[in-house]
Design a protein around this ligand. Sequence first.
Ligand code: FAD
Length: 543
Amino acid sequence: MLRLTEIKLPLDHTPEDLPAAILAKLGIPASDLVQFTIYRRGFDARKRSDILLVYSLDVEVKNEERLLKKFAADHRVKPTPDMTYQYVAQAPTELKSRPVVIGMGPCGFMAALTLAQMGFKPIVLERGKAVRERTQDTWDLWRQGKLDPESNVQFGEGGAGTFSDGKLHSQIKDPKFHGRKVLQEFIKAGAPEEIMYISKPHIGTFRLVGMVEKIREEIIALGGEIRFSARVDDIATVRDAEGNGRVTGVKLASGEVIATDHVVLAVGHSARDTFEMLYNTGVYVEAKPFSIGVRIEHPQAMIDKARFGKFAGHPILGAADYKLVHHASNGRTAYSFCMCPGGTVVAATSEEGRVVTNGMSQYSRNERNANSGLVVNVTPEEDFPGHPLAGIGFQRELESLAFSAGGSNYNAPVQRVGDFLKGKPSTQLGHVTPSYTPGVTPTDLRKCLPKYVVNAIREALPAFDRQITGYAMEDAVLTGVETRTSSPVRVKRGDDFQSINTRGLYPAGEGAGYAGGIFSAGVDGIKVAEAVALDMTGGTAAT
Ligand code: FAD
């Protein structure tokens, strides 16, 4: 099989144009082309008047060896690599102990699924509820301002990404094609097949819920066990005088203790109580940088027009996204984060008396507004020095200020971009209607953001407007505060994926500081499952 890359065709090309492009590229007759599949489809919108689709194709041809020689110097014609996923181990029939996975977000469920597929019968402990019940609880906050601190946007089956845009692209290096396994498992569970080949795939909230249930069913069918409302409140360890130790089990909030030698810690970035517990237990935890800021909303039609010109609204292109970065004069970097085309801004707190924003969309991405985080980097050295967990306090403080600026009822504080740039509070909104529920309060966002963040965003808005005309429009809406962009801590692990001072503890995914987003968290889950499986079998390779 050959992989042909950078095959460019017009946006409205016909199906026949694809094989024709292959024949033209390779200079072969139609009779030599056996079959082809699309490996990747992206688009090149640098010239808005002439947007092109860009394909990578896997092509079966006669005389492959001859063609490889002919195109030896052309990087756009190469042999297709073997991308089949190989399990690294197989569990013995008699398991001495079962691995425990804490958290059923994308990292936890991919770790549990991979372990189950290798026969290790994992026990998954999830503090929140099963996804349907959790959906109800999440809607209670969005509709009635009622928060359940154990079942919400951050906590529950499916993890933080369940009520999201379901973007699956990532820039991680993936030499072993773990990402392909993530996508294959998602498709098996009901994701659209196109996620395998389009360059910026997304799933949307509605489908994610059904997928998570299917993955749960498969883990159980393979002998795994999943427990909801099962918060892990302690990790049992034995330690030497230097503080190095190993895991012997986990203790649930109910008091129950489960003995195990292998614990995958996939708790996400909002498990603040769990980070405190880990620190108090002696597990090595350090502070790490993250970003804070606001969500910005514009009319999606304006973003489409700016990005796609006359092709705005084209069904292949869908609702346009963007990615923007500005290096501000105060040394900070302001950038767009987790952009959700045609979506809504959501209330994403997991703690009472706090307001946190994030964004989500349905698969169709057909809501009126585009939203994106507009955030600025913060570091332990400059902004929350002194303690490994200080980033949590820093986040909490801003989230509490946002709660009071919003009216102390889970409404979010909002400000028009025009007012924000002029440094005056908003008293009313313009023609962009904010989508955040349960409600919003026009105010001054300086009440809940540090000055350096406000200044960096003020400088970034006009710079972004030069790239997307209208970005700094008076009526665009800023909603605060976006604080959970990534974990404020890293639970440091070694090359063997185990905590650097606690053997048998496998820090994983976003919460431990090893992933950012659904896709990379899923990939990390597979890698950690492989490390657990190899450790449990003494490194025996799969047969
Ligand atoms: P999480 O998904 O956070 O899962 C951790 C799980 O652990 C949770 O279910 C939690 O309840 C559980 N847990 C925590 N502590 C304990 C404990 N002590 N005991 C038992 N269980 C525990 N990413 C994207 O790539 N694309 C997007 O479009 C996108 N949109 C998002 C929209 C929203 C609203 C949010 C909140 C996030 C979004 N993200 C998106 C980020 C993405 O959700 C995360 O990067 C991803 O979910 C991280 O996966 P994880 O498995 O590491 O952690």
